[in-house]
Ligand binder design. Structure first.
Ligand code: ADP
Length: 582
């Protein structure tokens, strides 16, 4: 048993009898049980903390339970739990328990307050134990700070994980106190458990948050895809009843094209974000002027700007600024920013695109006089699925992935993008920074003038169409037939193989995902038929990743078109001379 302290013993008291059988005296034997008793007490307290915080769903509840039970057990003045900030130099006391009358110390502090020696000890996981502040600490080694808060004895237990200080548990006493080894070990055990429990709860919270974002995204996606469907369906009905009235049908057709265009745009964004975030986008970098990139983006966004009666102001450097960029991708970046500016600015607003050189970079700023962005939202708008105002009736026709795509694409070009706004109603501005091309090379030669667009009616071709989606197949067949081609439509690979030798197509469009024989198998089998020598094969599919294109080339396809193919793509594909002619 320790001298000068309290201890526990297990006592056995037994009577000793004389010859007559009477109790002559009592014998007492005892063993020191102090250590066992302390271990039991420590385990009981840890158990109690575990039980009190078992079903806690929030970090705060765990901190509350742990600090209170520990504080009461030790008879302390205050017990505080702190997290380290990501900068590793500051800690935040998120919660403290205090005895009645003591004040709370919740807040953000610098680790330096402990003095340099104690700070470096804490960083490597060494506990700070002070029995008497005035006797043991120099003023700048923490004494000043502890005296200011009226504290004379401290245990401060650091928790180090993967070489990083992650949390602190501090016990404060208003009077000097000689801390025992047990008490120090107890605080150590509590901080470890408390932190592990809090981390578990935090990661569950993060998962829940991600899940919530995903559900909201799916709801928005369904809404955005359904939006264009209603006018398209109505349009079909109008076409049916107004056959033979060219003015009415032309108007409806234009509306339907716009709506289909919007759906294609959404689906392309979705495919892009999936490809970009898995690192599958390969840039086709060319040397091109900033002015050309901006012109291409403006051309894409012009219909949206005009529809909302916005004015567009362009301010570009006078000399040509050369960039090494993928024209399609960079113009996609700027047109996304322009479309957002148009969407989030009430009608007849002012939108500006300005560019200036700064060092070896060009700054391209797209600004608007629109609804602006609240300061707390700025940091997250580039995250996937983030929309500041998500209620469906406020939705402006987007999925919350445009800016995430912008950030990925700009980063692929070695640049950065940031947003600024003075707040709601104050307009927004987005700035893209890109490196300027190193040595200014001679501008590349202008592309040779192309022959006049022959359209899809160029030749009368024999075309085999294979797609298990009968609507997709039949509508494309009608289009091709209307353009003067001879079309044989089948809905599976086996039928294609049976009919192909006698039909002798010049060109075959094959869907890839078909039950039974898929597009790849059908392509290989068609290629093996000697009668079909010279046949052009085009894959028409929803899969457009680089590896899908490699697979289709390996299966013998000459072309790989993404559904729905645009009239321009079809026209280009159909403008060849079939064998035996020309
Ligand atoms: P969305 O498809 O919703 O437009 P984005 O990723 O392009 O998705 O944008 C994310 C969010 O950022 C938008 O929902 C909107 O709240 C906000 N935002 C983007 N651009 C602007 C802008 N020019 N003005 C105000 N808010 C904007």
């Amino acid at each position: 048993m320790q001298t000068g302290g309290r201890g526990y013993a297990d006592m056995t008291i037994a009577p000793l009898l004389d010859e007559a059988g009477r109790v002559a005296c009592l014998s007492a034997t005892g063993t020191d049980a102090t250590e066992r008793r302390r271990v039991e007490e420590r385990l009981r307290l840890l158990d109690d903390i575990g039980e009190a915080t078992r079903i806690a769903a929030e970090p705060k509840a765990i901190m509350e339970g742990a600090t209170r039970l520990l504080g009461e057990h030790l008879g302390a003045t205050r017990v505080a739990y702190a997290d380290l900030e990501p900068d590793n130099d500051r800690f935040t006391i998120r919660h403290d328990w205090t005895e009645p009358g003591a004040f709370s110390t919740v807040g953000v502090y610098s680790l330096d307050l402990f003095g340099s020696r104690a700070t470096s000890n804490l960083r490597v996981g060494r506990t700070l134990v002070v029995n008497d502040v005035d006797a043991e600490l120099a003023p700048d080694d923490g004494a000043d700070m502890f005296n200011q808060i009226g504290i004379k004895a401290i245990i401060c237990c650091p928790l180090v994980k993967q070489h990083r200080l992650v949390a602190l548990m501090a016990v404060h006493q208003r009077t000097p106190r000689r801390w025992s080894e047990d008490e120090i070990a107890l605080v150590d055990a509590v901080v470890e458990r408390c932190w592990a429990h809090i981390e578990r709860v935090r990661s569950t919270e993060a998962l829940r948050e991600a899940d919530r974002h995903k559900s909201e995204f799916l709801a928005t996606l369904a809404h955005e895809l359904r939006n264009p469907l209603a006018p398209i369906r109505n349009g079909l009905e109008v076409l049916r009843i107004s056959e033979g009235q060219p003015a009415a049908t032309a108007k409806v057709r234009a509306m339907m094209e716009r709506q289909v265009g919007q759906m294609v745009h959404l689906v392309n964004d979705l495919l892009d974000i999936a490809r970009v975030s898995t690192g599958k986008v390969v840039l086709k970098v060319e040397r091109i002027t900033l002015q050309a990139v901006v012109a291409s983006a403006v051309e894409t966004s012009l219909p949206l700007l005009e529809a909302a009666h916005h004015t567009l102001q362009l301010r570009m450097p006078e000399q040509a600024v050369w960039l090494d960029v993928d024209l399609v991708r960079m113009s996609q970046v700027l047109s996304n920013l322009l479309s957002n500016a148009a969407k989030y600015t009430p009608g007849a607003g002012r939108i500006a695109v300005e560019a200036e050189l700064e060092g070896g970079e060009v700054l391209i700023r797209v600004s608007d006089t629109g609804i602006g962005i609240a300061p707390e939202a700025i940091a997250s708008i580039f995250d996937m699925f983030t929309q500041v105002e998500r209620s469906l009736d406020r939705s402006k026709g987007g999925l919350g992935i445009g800016l995430s795509l912008v950030r990925h694409l700009v980063a692929l070009h070695g640049g950065t993008v940031g947003a600024e706004s003075r707040g709601p109603g104050q307009g927004s501005s987005f700035t893209v920074r890109l490196p300027v091309a190193q040595a200014v090379a001679a501008p590349p030669p202008a592309p040779a003038a192309t022959a006049a667009d022959p359209g899809i009616q160029a030749q009368g071709l024999r075309i085999l169409l294979v797609d298990d989606n009968t609507d997709a197949a039949d509508s494309l067949a009608s289009l091709l037939e209307a353009a003067g081609h001879t079309v044989c439509t089948v809905y599976d690979g086996g039928e294609a193989l049976r009919l192909a030798p006698s039909f002798a197509p010049d060109l075959a469009f094959l869907d890839i995902g078909m039950p039974g024989m898929d597009g790849y198998q059908t392509a290989r089998a068609l290629r093996a038929l000697p009668q079909l020598d010279g046949l052009r094969l085009a894959a028409l599919t929803g899969w457009g990743a680089a590896e899908d294109r490699v697979r289709s080339r390996e299966a013998g396809f000459d072309h790989h078109l993404l559904k729905p193919a645009s009239p321009e793509q079809l026209a280009q594909l159909l403008s060849f001379t079939p064998r035996g002619e020309g």
